[in-house]
Design a protein around this ligand. Structure first.
Ligand SMILES: [Cu+2]
Length: 165
């Protein structure tokens, strides 16, 4: 009998049976820590803060009657930092809209930021009823010529110009 040989075979069988045991996954891989450095916030385009008026207040009436649609006065000269209050008188709805294409580029974002409750860029809401008012601060708005119009009555030449000195 070759006892020794059998013992070796039996041992080999045992080793084989255990060979399918699970392998531990290698979890030693290093996960990089999240970087703590966040880039400093840079103001996005259009993120201009409103600047309140500090100067005089001027009035422009919005009128529509049998003589036509108009701003009174249609031409107004103010200083930077003044405010202009538009008052709906008759023939509404009226609004005040600056054409982005003709608004001085260096103050476009500031003027837009200074307008509350806009319908769209540089465009005020509609004033529906007599004595409704809409005030625009020209705080931070640089000297220049600012043409504006009433959106519903643009075709009827309801236009004006504010010159900021
Ligand atoms: Cu109008």
């Amino acid at each position: 009998m070759r006892f020794y040989g059998l013992a070796v075979l039996a041992g080999a069988a045992l080793l084989g049976a255990c060979g399918g045991g699970e392998k531990k996954a290698d979890t030693a891989a290093v996960t990089p820590a999240p970087t703590a450095t966040t880039p400093a916030a840079t103001p996005a385009a259009g993120a201009v803060a409103k600047v309140a008026a500090t100067g005089a207040n001027h009035d422009i009436k919005m009128v529509g009657d049998d003589k036509g649609y108009r701003f009174e006065p249609a031409e107004l000269t103010i200083k930077s930092g003044d405010a202009v209050t538009f008052t709906m008188v008759s023939g509404g709805p009226h609004n005040v809209a600056f054409d982005p294409a003709t608004t001085p580029a260096d103050s476009k974002a500031q003027l837009d930021a200074n307008m509350d409750n806009k319908l769209s860029e540089l465009s005020s809401p509609m004033l529906m009823n007599p004595n409704e008012k809409y005030t625009i601060s020209f705080g931070g708005v640089k000297p220049g010529v600012y043409p504006f119009h009433c959106t519903p009555h643009l075709a009827m030449n309801m236009k004006g110009t504010i010159t900021v000195q």
